[in-house]
Design a protein around this ligand. Structure first.
Ligand SMILES: C[S@@+](CC[C@H](N)C(=O)[O-])C[C@H]1O[C@@H](n2cnc3c(N)ncnc32)[C@H](O)[C@@H]1O
Length: 305
């Protein structure tokens, strides 16, 4: 796509007109930034000096066409543009996997808070259970360049997307993808996983119908629905965590806004230590973390003799 020169006044008028037609300013600014390379600060400069010209990578007509598709067919803007900013990354996104959400970015920060300061320069093993687009996996691979990483998903189309994102953002080595259910494909590494992150599907079945069409009709059901109380996947993940984690290893989970107490109880019932809730940016407990005991676990063996 070539460069399209556009008058600042025309761009501001375009934005005003779409807002008048019901467009959300945040969505329009996102579209300008992701589809036309016009950043928020470019827009601020135009507000001060509207007579200058700006270079766009898409015409205003092309942006209008995208916005109309979003408005009329409820197609997520991220799918129309094929990209989504997340932490310091630009991820490829598609209907193959969940669009990575802003709150999930926090899992990486919480992970860094759990680990010793020198963890980033040391070695270890991380896993991302239910990797989807590979957002968490790509961030982990960049933050822990000397660790070995494993990203698991039961959707092969999600894994194909994760592979492209990991190669583009984290290079071709230091990570492996596994098709399968949660810990199952990681059995050879059970007992060695130092850090496991998961943003599993957690929407209760009854809430699925209430989701906006932009989510319900365009993001994979497999990525969203967590069964009757939303906790099916959390239960499956937590059940094997104390065997799969390394001694002293950490598990961090994202969950629905009303599941904190239940997830913390599941973690402590599973024998994990120091279960703790963490808040999202709105102050709602949306994350839980816990650690496997540093003592090696002795499993029951059949009595001899
Ligand atoms: C909420 S999405 C999270 C995707 C990504 N980690 C993120 O935060 O954007 C949950 C992911 O779990 C995957 N998933 C669902 N059931 C699974 C299972 N039994 N084993 C592995 N992955 C599963 C879905 O395919 C989906 O990619």
């Amino acid at each position: 796509m070539g460069v399209i020169r556009c008058k600042g006044t025309d761009l501001l008028m375009w934005r005003r007109e779409l807002i008048r037609q019901g467009g959300c300013p945040v969505d329009l600014d996102w579209l300008l930034s992701m589809a036309a390379d016009c950043s928020w600060s470019d827009l601020q400069k135009l507000r001060i000096c509207p007579d200058v010209e700006i270079e766009l990578s898409s015409s205003l007509q092309q942006l209008t066409d995208l916005w109309v598709q979003h408005r009329d067919q409820h197609i997520p803007l991220q799918h129309l543009v094929g990209m989504c900013p997340w932490r310091d990354l630009e991820l490829e996104v598609s209907s193959a996997a969940l669009i990575p959400r802003q709150e999930t970015e926090l899992l990486i920060d919480f992970a860094l808070q759990c680990l010793p300061e020198d963890a980033r320069v040391g070695e270890g093993v991380w896993a991302d259970l239910g990797t989807g687009s590979g957002a968490l996996a790509a961030a982990l691979a960049r933050v822990f360049p000397r660790w070995q990483g494993h990203a698991v998903d039961s959707s092969d189309s999600a894994l194909a997307l994760a592979k492209r994102n990991l190669i583009a953002l984290a290079g071709e080595s230091g990570w492996q993808l596994h098709l399968g259910s949660w810990w199952e494909p990681l059995k050879p590494w059970w007992g060695q996983l130092d850090l496991v992150l998961s943003n599993p599907p957690y929407i209760p079945t009854a809430v699925m119908d209430e989701l906006a069409p932009v989510v319900k009709d365009h993001e994979p059901h497999l990525a969203l629905c967590g069964g009757e109380d939303g906790l099916d996947c959390c239960r499956q993940i937590i059940r094997d965590a104390s065997r799969a984690l390394a001694p002293g290893g950490w598990i961090l989970l994202e969950h629905h806004h009303d599941q904190s107490a239940m997830v913390l109880k599941l973690l402590s019932d599973a024998g994990l230590e120091r279960p703790e809730a963490r808040d999202d940016l709105q102050g709602i407990p949306r994350f839980a973390l816990a650690q496997r005991s540093c003592e090696p676990v002795v499993y029951d063996r059949p009595a001899e003799g």
